[in-house]
Design a protein around this ligand. Sequence first.
Ligand SMILES: Nc1ncnc2c1ncn2[C@@H]1O[C@H](COP(=O)(O)OP(=O)(O)OP(=O)(O)O)[C@@H](O)[C@H]1O
Ligand SMILES: [Mg+2]
Length: 140
Amino acid sequence: MKNTLDISISSIEELPQVAKTLLDFIGNEKTVLFYAPMGAGKTTLIKELCKTLGSTDNFSSPTYGIVNEYAYPNGKIFHFDLYRLKSLEELLDIGVEDYLASNDYCFFEWAELAENLVDTGVKVEISLSGNIRYLHAAKF
Ligand SMILES: Nc1ncnc2c1ncn2[C@@H]1O[C@H](COP(=O)(O)OP(=O)(O)OP(=O)(O)O)[C@@H](O)[C@H]1O
Ligand SMILES: [Mg+2]
């Protein structure tokens, strides 16, 4: 079983296949930490992962807080965006440890603050070079 995955993405039409491949790689892990520059496509990819998991929720909610909850046929997905958080304390205050212990999917954008709270999961890095995006995923 491979512990890393590398994909290059040259168009947004490839995302459904990318999401499938990434979900296969994620396997039984439930926590995924996303690292990428601003605008690299973290949210877009997470929404595609949610769709692939079978969620039909409306992801275009304009009221975007620190954590969004989506339903999918086997349970829940929690989607965090830690960009605006300044301290670990703020993250603990929203109950992140309960989310992590729930065994539901937890997807983190701007994941640095959550790193030390997660024992096992997948890190996904996206980098951009011209119009090509490179996705590198690794289990930890
Ligand atoms: N694979 C892709 N190919 C082409 N365009 C993409 C791709 N992924 C995302 N985009 C476009 O890039 C823009 C930014 O995407 P997105 O909001 O997902 O980035 P983000 O990494 O979540 O940004 P932020 O750092 O602000 O959270 C959107 O307009 C989106 O349509
Ligand atoms: Mg985003």
